[in-house]
Ligand binder design. Structure first.
Ligand SMILES: [Ca+2]
Length: 157
């Protein structure tokens, strides 16, 4: 069985030294916990850090939720390189604040494989893996790399 290691690469720690993975005790906090569909079994180790080819190169990347001492949260993509990892890219739409139950917290990540994806706007084809992002209950969004940046598509309501 594959066991996910929840270790941020050293390259990330040197690029964003004040940030760490959102700890399990602060994940799914407060109102977001109540809003999550009870049928949707979220597992911290599977949802807080995912791997996939999220940008437009051949190297595997990491997408994860991180937090700093001021309890600000970010969804970042840590791009893989031939050796190690490059400068983390934050997804600005998901900048949040744990103190105020900001937008990032309480949510699970999932990899959406490259190819055809159903969205509320119809079926689209994504060239890279997408980052699925669960919102209240059934609703969800997906971030994917297009024309040099991450863009969002609504995947369900
Ligand atoms: Ca990559």
């Amino acid at each position: 069985m594959f066991i996910q290691t929840l270790q941020l690469p050293e390259d990330f720690k040197s690029a964003m030294p004040d940030w760490e993975l959102v700890p399990e005790g602060q994940w799914l906090s407060g109102d977001f916990k109540k809003a999550i569909d009870p049928e949707n079994k979220l597992v911290y180790a599977n949802e807080i850090l995912i791997r996939g080819k999220f940008n437009d190169d051949e190297y595997e990347d990491i997408a994860c939720f991180v937090i700093n001492k001021a309890k600000e949260t970010r969804l970042v993509v840590i791009p893989g390189k031939e050796s190690g990892f490059g400068t983390p890219m934050t997804i600005p739409d998901l900048n949040g604040d744990l103190k105020n139950e900001g937008a990032v917290l309480g949510m699970g990540l999932s990899k959406v494989s490259a190819g055809k994806v159903k969205t509320l706007a119809g079926e689209i084809t994504i060239d890279t893996d997408g980052i699925g992002y669960g919102l209240y209950g059934k609703s969800g969004e997906m971030y994917y790399f297009k024309d040099g940046k991450f863009v969002v598509a609504e995947t369900s309501d």
